[in-house]
Structures are given as structure tokens and as C-alpha cells.
Design a protein around this ligand. Sequence first.
Ligand SMILES: Cc1cc2nc3c(=O)[nH]c(=O)nc-3n(C[C@H](O)[C@H](O)[C@H](O)COP(=O)(O)OP(=O)(O)OC[C@H]3O[C@@H](n4cnc5c(N)ncnc54)[C@H](O)[C@@H]3O)c2cc1C
Ligand code: SF4
Length: 413
Amino acid sequence: HGGISPAWPISYADLEPYYSEAERLYQVHGERGCDPTEPPAAAPYAYPPVSHEPRIQQLADDLRRVGLRPFHVPLGVMLDERNPRTSRCIRCNTCDGHPCLIYAKSDAQVVCVDPALAYPNVTLLTNAYVARLDTGPSGRAVTSVQVRRDGATETYSANIVVVSCGAINSAALLLRSANDGHPQGLANGSGVVGRHYMSHINSVYLALSKCANPTRFQKTLAVNDFYFGSKEWPYPMGHISFVGKTDGHVLAAGAPALVPGMTLELMAQHSLDFWLTSEDLPHPDNRVTMDRDGTIRLSYTPNNHEGHERLVAKLKEVLDPIGCEKHLIPFFSRQIFLGQGIPLAGVAHQNGTIRFGNDPETSALDRNCKAHELDNLYVVDGSFFPSSGAVNPALTIMANALRVGDHILERLQ
Ligand SMILES: Cc1cc2nc3c(=O)[nH]c(=O)nc-3n(C[C@H](O)[C@H](O)[C@H](O)COP(=O)(O)OP(=O)(O)OC[C@H]3O[C@@H](n4cnc5c(N)ncnc54)[C@H](O)[C@@H]3O)c2cc1C
Ligand code: SF4
């Protein structure tokens, strides 16, 4: 409904071993067989699911009672609930959207970058801004990388150059690297670089319940029963999960519609704070462009909204009989982001701007995420997605990076 979600040039079977490897590497805690949309996996999760706190367990039981199949959301935290005294993660209330100050979250720095720095042949340059990539006389290879660091420009070169600046900045880098041989930007003979920007249709909804919600770590439950549609609406609707527990300060920043007689603090004490994600579709006019002065511009008109609205309606419908009052308050909807000029969090799930594909006329990268038009340039961040699905993107980006890593290893041998 609403357009086409294009197929990828590789199959799920090509990516599956790397999903399992990424889950192991990033210490993902979860339980196979509970998510009704789960695809086949070669290996079980190496770590058990993160338990629900009592209010969320009660919600899970209530949702099951009305016929849904809530499940433990897979999570990359270094939590050992069987041995709490030695567990690196202390299950605090600041996890969602913040770096972990005790390095217990399985993020790329903790899991990959810091361990890689132990090798003598790995160097990390910080505060280093890649300004442009230059190609040599043949136009078929990136021959130098121009970096601005500490007020000076430095130049680096390598046999293979891998770009991974995130979907907006990678597209911007390729566009601003235009030269006589590549007048539309690097890897952009097809004109797709910067286009088809997606970032999901995301909303946070607060459901106010009479029952208090003193949960610290709320993001443990998800519902995918409406992911592919419902009896009344046979089109994809999306994924329901949670954000971190809100408090009065967070609510004040979002300025939601107030419920008469309730302070923000009281609302926060009683709210269940849902995160709803639906798929946005790749439209060529949703795109990253560069102004003459180098300013990066993002143009985005949301699409495929009906499924999202129906997902919100479904959530309301299932909450009514299980003790949540009828107040479902839009707190952080996409429209509010757009109205405020898209703050940073509005691009959290950015992807799609340097799509991979078999046809150089319609894609910038080949199936190994190498630029069709350049022999030594790869892109391995969220840019490569031809379509975005309706779940968080990080595991797919990690799995694909491992897949491309294997390809590059083979090439180097
Ligand atoms: C608050 C928040 C919460 C999120 N929560 C989740 C979640 O729970 N689950 C999930 O799956 N996803 C989540 N995401 C999304 C997830 O973080 C992203 O999908 C993922 O990090 C994207 O990976 P990437 O490699 O494409 O880009 P990034 O992780 O953004 O990496 C790009 C890197 O390139 C650097 N860079 C950019 N431009 C340049 C340049 N010109 N020169 C040098 N360096 C440059 C940036 O500083 C950055 O370090 C969240 C995102 C945010 C913002
Ligand atoms: S932020 Fe808190 S909950 Fe998240 S990994 Fe760190 S200690 Fe654990």
C-alpha cells in the first residue's frame, strides 16, 4: 500500500550467517521462536532475553490475554541477570538514547573499535573530518582522502577506501567529491546518490494507565502481531516496542497535550511509553543535496502514513480492555519533528541514500557494496538499504558490514 518497498539484490540467506555473527559479537540477548515475524536463524541467541520488570510483565500477560504474542525485544547490553554482582550492566534508567558511561552497552566503540585499537596496525584519528575524496587520472579509483584535522588539511591514500559516515553524511561526501570525471559526484552516474532517503515513520505514544509504572529499564517488550497487517488491513503496519521510561523533565521537553488534572510528573509515573515504527518508502525526491556553500540539505516528505495511523489505532484498541485509560497521547510524532525543522533525533534511522543493486542505472553500489563506477570504494553504513523495513536498523548495518568485510578479506588475499 502507498508504493513499492523494493527487493534487495541479496537474499536473507546471504545475510543470515552475518546476522548470527553480529548477534554473537554484540552480545544480543533474546529468545528465538517468540517473535511471530522471526525469520529462520542458524543459531540460538548466545545470551538469554532481558527480563521484564513487574509492570511490563503485567502488560505482557495482559496483551497475551487479549490474543497478542508480545515477546522480549532483542537487546545488546552486557547484562548478566544470573550474576548481578559481577554483571557489567547495572540495568539503569539512562540506557535509551545515551552512551553508557560504564561501557556496558554493546555499541560499536565498546565491541569493535576499542578492541581493534589493541592491534599495532590500527590507528584511529579523532576530530578528523573527511572533506572530500579524489580520483586519479583513470577516474576508476579513489586515490586520496582529504581530511580536516586541528585546523589543517591532511591527505591519506589507501588501496581500498571504505566510507561509513551514516546515510546523510556519506551521500554528502560523495556529492561534494564531484570532479570533472564524476560531475554529479562519486559513484553517481545513475544520479541516485543522496536520493531515496528513509528514516522510518516513528512515533512515541504515552498510554496512561491507572496502575503506576515504576519501571527503570522499560525497553524489554515488543509486539509484531500487526507487522504484516491485520484482518481489516492486509498491508504492512509496523512494529510496536518501547522507549526508555519518561519522566516529568522529558515530558516537559516534548510538550504533549496535557490531560486535565494530571501534572507531567504524575503522567510520567503512570505512563507506558510506546515506540511505534512503520516503513517509509524510498522516494527519489526525499533526498540529501549540497548547497553551493557546502551546506547539507535534507528534503523529506513522509509517505505510506496510513499503515502507521492504523498501527496507532490498533494499539489504542488493544490497550482499552487491559486497564489503560483512553488517553493515548502523541508525544514525539514525525509531524512535530518536521514542524520544528527535523532535530537530530529525527534522522536516527537514516538510510537508503546510496542504495546497492545489480543495475548500475538504478543503484550506486554493487551487491558487495562497492561503487559500480570505482574499483576501490565501498560504503558500509545505513546508506546501502534499498528499502527500510519497520524495525531498528543497526543489526542489519552491522551484519552487512561483516559480510562486506569478508568480501574485502577475500579480495586482499
Ligand atoms: C538516539 C538514538 C537511538 C538509537 N537507538 C537505536 C536502537 O535502539 N536500535 C537500533 O537498531 N538503532 C538505533 N539507532 C539507530 C542506529 O544508531 C543507527 O542506525 C546506526 O548507528 C547507523 O550506523 P551507520 O554506520 O550508518 O552510521 P553512524 O553510526 O551514524 O556512524 C557514522 C559515523 O561517521 C562519522 N562521520 C560523519 N561524517 C563524517 C565525515 N565527513 N568525516 C569523518 N567522520 C564522519 C560520524 O561522526 C559517526 O561516527 C539509534 C539512533 C539514535 C540517534
Ligand atoms: S546505560 Fe545502564 S542499562 Fe544501558 S548498558 Fe549501561 S548500565 Fe546497562
